[in-house]
Structure formats: C-alpha cells, structure tokens
Design a binder for this molecule. Structure first.
Ligand code: AMP
Length: 233
C-alpha cells in the first residue's frame, strides 16, 4: 500500500497520517521529521537543511529528492509506505513518479486534506511536539488534542512527556512562506497534487484520490478518512 498524504501545514496532516499508518502497518515517512532528526543529530544533511527550514523555505531538491527516494528503498518500506511532506513541488512529484515507475511500483492513494489558509495558520501556532514520540498529537487550540497538565506545566496528552514548539511554527513570516509554497497551483504543492489528480484521471483506476474537509475536529476527519479508505474502525 503506497500512499501520498497532502495537506497544508496546520491541517492535521501528521495526525491523520499517523492514524492511517497504524491501520495499514506501514512506515510513516515524513520529510520534515527526517530533516529535524538530522538537525538534532548534527549530521551533514541536517547542517545543509537547517537554514532553509528556519526561513520557511524548501530545502533544495538536490538534497531532498535523493533523501526521500533512498528512504523508500529501505527494507521496512518493502510492503508500502505513507509519504507525508513530499512531494512539495512539481519537480519532486515528477521525480517520485519516475522513480516509482522505474521500480515497477505505483501509488494506491493520494489523500488531500483541504483547509483554508487562514485557519491553517491559526492551528500551526498552537501545535506542540512531544519529545518522546512525534505521533503524539498536541495542540493548545484544538480541544480534542489539548495537552495535559502536570505540576502547572503542559505535557503530552498521550504519554505525559515534555512538549516543545517547533521554532518554525512560531514564526509568522516563515508560516506565510510555507503556505505560499503549499497553496501555489503554479509550482507549489497544490501543483504537485494536481499532477497526481491528472495521473488518476488518465490512469486505469489503480490510483484513487481522497479529498477530505479539514475543518472538523481530528476525530471527524479521521472517521471520514477511514470511511473513504473502506476501513472499519
Ligand atoms: P514539515 O514538517 O513537513 O512542515 O517540514 C518542515 C520543513 O522541512 C519545511 O518547511 C521545509 O523547509 C523542509 N521540507 C520538508 N519537506 C520538504 C520537501 N519535500 N522539500 C523541500 N523541503 C522540505
């Protein structure tokens, strides 16, 4: 099962992706997480990527594309994957498509969470990251996933772990830049989504597109998603 997951920063994409990943038991490959992991470990890749990420820019394709294509070749991806945060522009979409075709692989689903730009921005500012597990969603502005409190401090609602904000989440200029990239139908991420929608139209029916309204709460969106995937809870 090979799945691409799209949604603007702030749409709950990571949260919904984690739910799907658990249902299918496939790895959740998140480009942003791979970058942040490399930055915190001080690797060469992390050093190269940090400046772009802090400014809200895309890390150049020469770095990002091989990083992701190599990751998808790792043994845990043999039965499929859920790719999240990649592709983010048409060039990345094309390169992924070509690499999959060359490997005799295809896509099963493209999932798109649709959310208005303003709402997405508000949600980003409330996001908190659990230091123990990236798949533990917390957001101070979303009732369903509000952090817990311990000793007057906000902690992860799932495991009680320490919470952090991402530096790029609190920087409005960077958020606007990231959204400008996402919402661009010229060469941004929506252009990449449209690339795959075109493929689905032209294809023989193996690639299915799932569009989700990102406005309701986490639970409603995930119910809609699982229903559209034909998965019973
Ligand atoms: P995310 O966690 O998906 O919001 O990603 C955080 C940051 O990592 C982005 O703002 C980019 O700077 C970088 N990044 C993540 N995925 C990509 C990608 N596919 N292409 C280029 N840069 C990326």
């Amino acid at each position: 099962m090979n799945i691409l997951f799209f949604g603007p920063n702030g749409s709950g994409k990571g949260t919904q992706g984690a739910i799907v990943q658990k249902k299918y038991h496939i790895p959740h490959v998140e480009s942003g997480v791979i970058f942040r992991d490399n930055i915190s470990r001080g690797t060469e890749l992390g050093k190269k990527a940090k400046g772009y990420i802090d400014r809200g820019e895309l890390v150049p394709d020469e770095i990002t594309i091989p990083m992701i294509l190599d990751r998808l070749k790792e043994p845990d991806c043999a039965e499929g994957w859920l790719l999240d945060g990649f592709p983010r522009n048409v060039n990345q979409a094309r390169k992924l498509d070509e690499a999959l075709k060359a490997a005799g692989l295809g896509l099963n689903y493209v999932i798109e969470i649709v959310l208005d730009r303003k709402l997405a921005k508000d949600r980003i500012m409330g996001r908190r990251l659990c230091v123990n597990d990236n798949n533990h969603p917390n957001n101070v502005f979303i009732e369903a996933i509000k952090p817990a409190e311990k000793g007057g401090k906000q902690v992860c609602r799932v495991c009680g772990g320490e919470l952090k904000t991402r530096s790029d989440d609190q920087d409005e200029t960077a958020i606007d830049k990231r959204h400008a990239i996402y919402y661009s139908t010229q060469d941004g991420t929506l252009a990449a989504v449209n690339y795959f929608k075109d493929q689905a139209r032209k294809g023989k029916g193996e690639l299915r597109i799932i569009e989700l309204d990102g406005r309701p709460g986490v639970k409603e969106v995930s119910e809609e998603l699982l229903k559209k995937l034909g998965i019973k809870e």
